[in-house]
Design a protein around this ligand. Sequence first.
Ligand SMILES: [Cu+2]
Length: 511
Amino acid sequence: MTKSLNTDYFFDEAAYNTHDGGYVPLAEPKTPQQALRIPPLLKPDKETATDTYYTVEAQAGETQLLPGKKTKTWGYNTSLLGQTLVFAQGKTMHIDLKNSLPELTTFHWHGLNVPGPYTDGGCHAPVYPGQTRHIDFKVDQPAATLWLHAHPCPSTAEQVWKGLAALALVTDDHEAQLPLPHTYGVDDVPLILQDRRFHEDNQWDYEADYDPDGVQGPTPLINGTVNPYFDVTTQRLRLRLLDGANRREWRLHFSHDLPFTQVASDGGLLPEPVAFTHLMLTCAERAEIIVDFGDVTPGETVTLYSDDVPLVRFRVHEFTPDTAVLPEHLVEMPNPDVTPDMPIRKVVMSGMDETVMMDGKKFGMQRIDAKQQVGNVELWDVTNTNDMEGGMVHPFHMHGTQFLVVSRNGRAPYPNEHGLKDTVGVNPGETVRLKVWFDHTGVYMYHCHILEHEDGGMMAQIEVFDPQHPKTYKLMDMETLMKAVAEERGIAVKDLHLAGMRSYEKMGMKM
Ligand SMILES: [Cu+2]
């Protein structure tokens, strides 16, 4: 067990979202506490020793979030968020992606090592209303908390805001035999951290709340629950934390600074457990933490906060003493050598509001910005040059790979960044060096995961190629997408004004 206890958030305080011009502070809900919703596990259509068959249906519905009128929401196999998928390592998944929404969407598997761009489910893989797309892939990565979310250009942010986000848990034999809590919903509990603003009749209104630097709301929404409590019936609780918000950072800590142990990050187990009292997550990052209630008297409540606002109240009940001790070493980390003679790749995230760009350009769907040979191991230097008004942290995300964080401005990464990651928060004026390799060929997006920044163009794409087997890809184009969306809405293309398009329009650029 790591002896040192980390008590700070590590990120640059001056760049916290609390300093944004348009920052929306969280407020403690005034409505009664309710039991934390646990996303149900999705039942496979069929399962054999080697194969699992799922149907994932994007659908519109209504959800009782506040007393009074239900809120119109979207979800996967449910009215809000989604049912949780389980991907057992080594098995082949066969998934029908069904779109029962009134508009086109895509199904992106965030953190999953699969071929791009169609299986990966970015902007090039739209599923039109009433249609179904089928994907198959072999699960070939370690146990991890991944997620599924919509990723259509340029409406990713709006569709996620409406509710399109679900969990996908990769399992493997190594993780299963570790002394970690494993009972889903009882001592192994996901916490999808989001925020929303409720308007008249308890409805969400993305357009009304639009901010090109990221849409926020004052009400914490945890697994789609306003003001949740959770009944703790075991000494140790494993929380799978996901920053599923469009823009919000979460600065997490428990009442009385109860320490906790992080055991996994985005791509799976950390090489060693790390003890914390405070933990900051940027958009799309995940952390699995073990909270030990051994010193808490049954009957007491332990509260999880972000900054000074309560998120979840853990009501501690009687439990059987648990003496399990985590091993000092959790998993062997892959650390391949960099391929000789490869120049260091440079990526620059710049700007704020409508000026956001990647390498001085806004995203172009039909433009390949970089190429990397499959299997090659390269260093990527990812820089955030945005220092306007103290700047902001941009969470840099790559599709199709789990990378290693090598350094931050030449110094060691944060204590919980020694595992595989797919998203890393980059401070203003900082260069984060990554070690990047891809196992599959394809076209993959990489972008800021503040969802309004990616829709606004802080995004690029890389082709991962195999020189022995060159491929061509049918890449989507804006014209086709805009025509489809206009048709769905029964309006002319010229009258279509999706939020994400405004950043391009204001900069006089074409999508
Ligand atoms: Cu950003």
